[in-house]
Design a binder for this molecule. Sequence first.
Ligand SMILES: Cc1ncc(COP(=O)(O)O)c(C=O)c1O
Length: 442
Amino acid sequence: MTNNKRGILDMNAFDARQQESISNPLLKRRTENIGAASVLFYKQPIEMVSASGCWMTDAAGIRYLDFYNNVPSVGHCHPRVSAAIAEQLATLNTNSRYLSDVTESYLEKLKSTLPSALKNVVMTCSGSEANDLAMRIAKTNTGAQGFIVTSTAYHGNTEYVTQVSPSAFKNATCPDYVVTVPAPSSAAFGQDIATGFNQAVTAAIALLKTRGYGIAALLCDSIFSSDGVFSGPAGFLKPAVETVQQAGGLYIADEVQPGFGRTGDCFWGFQRHNVVPDMVTMGKPMGNGYPVAALVVKPHLLASFCHDVGYFNTFGGTPAAAAAAMAVMQVIEQEGLQENAKKIGAYLKQQLTQLSETDPRIGEVRGAGLFIGLDLCDPITAEPSASLATQVINQLRDERILIGAAGPYGHTLKIRPPLCLNLEETDYFIEAIKKVLGRLPS
Ligand SMILES: Cc1ncc(COP(=O)(O)O)c(C=O)c1O
C-alpha cells in the first residue's frame, strides 16, 4: 500500500470538490464567503450549535463526544471562564497600552509555573504571532538565520512561521535556512531516541553552517503533535537542546499543543525533558476559546530585540484576555485537571495498548496524559495505513465521537479530549473504537 504525504489541513478534511453532491445551504454560503481558504472537518461537514464539558451538539440535536479539541481544554463553555470574560467585557476592555492589574496578576500567575529565568511575557492573540516573534528574537540575538524543526512540524500561519511548518506546505518545501530532522520516533532512531535525535540535530547545525546561515534556534512542539505525538522516553530532548545551546543557538519550546497541564505529569510539555528553554510559546488552551497567546522569554533576549524594533499587539493581553486566561488557570487548579489528565490519560493509554496487543491494525500507542497518538497500520505489512485511519475517524463520527489525525500520512489517531474527561466518557470511547475496528476488515 502506498501512502501519500498529507499536510496538516488535509487531515480529515472536507473535499471541496464534493460540494455539489451535498445539499447544505450553509456549506454553500461558507464556500461563497470563504472561498479557497475554507477548511472543514469531515466528508460531510457538521454544523455545531452548542457545547458543554466534553460534548458538542449539532444543528439536528445530535450530541458528540469531543475527543479532539484542545482549545476548550477545561471543558466547552466552562461557566467560570465564560462568566470571567463576560464580567471583564462589561467592566473594561481596551488595548494593552494602559496599566491593568488584571493583566499583571495573570502574568505573575503564569510565570509561577515556568522556570525563573523566563521573566518576561509578551502577550499575543495567536500561537502563530508568538512563534513569529520568537523566531525574530532568535535571529536578532544570535545573528544567525537558520532554524531546525521536525519534518512534519506545524508552528503557525504567518509568512515566517509557515517557512518552519513543513506540514503546511502543499506544493512547496522549506527554504534553505530551515533544516528538518525526523520526529523523535523509534521508527527513525530505534531504541535510543535521545542519541539519534541529537545526532540529527548536530548534522542539521553543520548543514546550516555550511549553507552560511548558522543556527538561530531549534523550534519544537514539545509533544510533536503534527508529527504523530512523540512523548517518550521522557528526557529525550535534553542532549539536542544542549547541543543547540552550545552551538550558540536558542531553544524555543512551542507549548501551543501540550501546555496547561495536558500531559499530566507536568504543566508544560518541555518539563518532561528536564530542559530550560530560552523562549516558550503558548496559545490554544490558554483562554479556553478566547483568543489569547503568549511568548515567555529571558529578559536580555527581549531587550536586545526591542532595542532595534518595537513590538506592540493591540489585542494581546487586554484585560478580557487576561481574565479568560486567569479563569482557565484557576479551573485547572480547582478542578484538579492536570491530575485528571494524568489519571484518565494513563487508563486510556493502558486500554488502547491492551487493544493493540490483540489487533495487528494498531501499531504504537504513544503519549502522555490526555495527549495520545495511536498508529493505524496494514495488518500484513505493518505499514502506516492512512485509509484505515480515515475509515476509523468517519465511523467514530457515526458512533458520535469526534477525533482527528496526525503524522506524515495521517495514519495516527490524534486523541486529545478536553481535560475534564471522565471515566464513563473514556469507556464510551474505548467501546466505540472496539466496535468500529470490529466492523472493519481485519
Ligand atoms: C504546535 C503549534 N504551534 C503553533 C500553532 C499556531 O497557533 P495559532 O493557530 O493559534 O496561530 C499551532 C496551531 O495549530 C500548533 O499546533
